[in-house]
Design a binder for this molecule. Structure first.
Ligand SMILES: Nc1ncnc2c1ncn2[C@@H]1O[C@H](COP(=O)(O)OP(=O)(O)OP(=O)(O)O)[C@@H](O)[C@H]1O
Ligand SMILES: [Mg+2]
Length: 363
């Protein structure tokens, strides 16, 4: 039993190609996509390395107890960059972070912590987790995607298994769409082969040319097969402002009806967000089969923030600077933000964006 586990751990880790560490800001690198020949050499090398490691494991296994197995894994992890070693999911930590540091977003708190928690607990999920975040600017979409990365991998957002794509950076030229599609597919496939638990974050989807994202369709469904990889363990997060009108309208109606924003349920928004992004040319999902085939696990709405939330953001910023007591600055920042709609001025037009700059102004 111990031998089997140890062999599994060693083979799974060492047998894979070692990924180069990349920062999220780098463009999709062509040289990282393995050619067919490289693939053959890599496979032979992988088998040889795997065999050596299995012999090594067998040699030592007779004297191994469970404790030794753990010790061996940690020794192995000091010399390996396998994603199994860096994968340290902390679902409680994620829940706590969402509860403490995300203001006014009860739907995102609930959906993200439950969806990610349930997904991580499954050893063999039957499909990948695909989340799509929607809402106005500055409401916390990118913040939450970073929280997910931070609580899944030991090295957080700098993990080589958490990949962030930004269309204006990675896919800037509109006449290169076919090239981008090819590269994106091979890039995702290459990363999934290296690490089944990869996290892919596609930010600012509204700036993505229509059609590009559909190359991911095979990876998002339950039927795709990749050699040596359970591609269904991956997490995809799409982020866009598309659908914000629908979310903002419902939040406003709820407020004007004298109800709490916490009364808004996911079911009240999911179908209309899905329809809105499908029909919106600037959503990245215009007439996308990803939507038509219902490959998004959850649409996650981010509600517009009101003055109370903006002031919480200002207070947090002040506390981080050791100036917690400056309630005058909190109030000044709350008063300096623009609120919409014109009639009623209920919601911050920029959410909590640029609050640090405003704090600087009044401190
Ligand atoms: N709901 C929130 N709770 C706490 N902080 C928030 C919230 N929303 C935004 N912030 C803060 O405001 C800043 C901007 O947030 P973020 O980048 O997540 O916005 P966004 O929704 O991704 O906006 P955009 O669509 O413009 O990219 C971050 O520093 C974040 O800490
Ligand atoms: Mg953002």
């Amino acid at each position: 039993m111990g031998v089997a586990v140890l062999c599994g751990v060693f083979y799974a880790g060492v047998g894979r190609n070692s990924p180069k560490k990349r920062t999220t800001a780098e463009p999709v690198p062509r040289q990282s996509i393995p050619s067919h020949e490289e693939g053959v050499y890599n496979t032979v090398a992988m088998e040889l390395r795997g065999a050596v490691v299995i012999l090594f494991a067998l040699f030592y296994s007779s004297s191994l107890s469970v404790v030794h197995t753990f010790q061996m894994k940690s020794i192995y992890c000091t010399i390996s960059d396998s994603c199994d070693c860096d994968f340290k999911p902390d679902v409680r930590g994620l829940e706590w972070d969402l509860y403490r540091n995300l203001y006014g977003q009860h739907l995102a708190q609930e959906v993200v912590s439950e969806a990610v928690g349930d997904f991580i607990r499954k050893e063999n999920p039957d499909r990948p987790l695909v989340l799509s975040f929607h809402g106005a600017s500055g409401t916390g979409k990118t913040l939450v995607s970073s929280m997910v990365g931070r609580h899944l991998y030991g090295t957080a957002m700098s993990s080589p298994y958490v990949h962030q794509f930004i269309p204006t950076l990675h896919f800037p030229l509109s006449d290169q769409v076919q090239q981008y599609k090819m590269e994106l597919r091979r890039w995702v496939e290459g990363n999934l082969t290296r690490c089944a638990r990869s996290v892919f974050i596609f930010d600012e989807m509204e700036k993505m040319a229509p059609g590009v994202i559909d190359v991911l369709i095979p990876f998002l469904g339950p039927d795709y097969v990749l050699f040596q990889t359970n591609y269904r363990k991956a997490i995809y997060i799409f982020i866009s402002t598309a659908g914000e009108e629908i979310i903002n309208d419902l939040t406003l109606k709820t407020r004007l009806a004298g109800q709490e924003r916490e009364d808004i349920r996911l079911q009240d928004l999911e179908a209309s967000i899905s329809q809105a992004v499908f029909n919106n040319r600037n959503s990245g999902f215009y007439q996308s089969q990803i939507i038509a085939e219902k490959l998004i696990t959850f649409f996650v709405p981010f509600l517009p923030l009101n003055r109370h939330h903006v002031e919480r953001c200002a207070r947090r910023e002040l506390c981080q600077r050791g100036e917690c007591h400056r309630t005058d600055v909190v109030e000044a920042v709350g008063g300096a933000v623009n609120y919409t709609p014109q009639d009623g001025q209920h919601f911050s037009s920029t959410g909590c964006k640029s609050i640090p700059a405003k704090v600087n102004l009044f401190l």
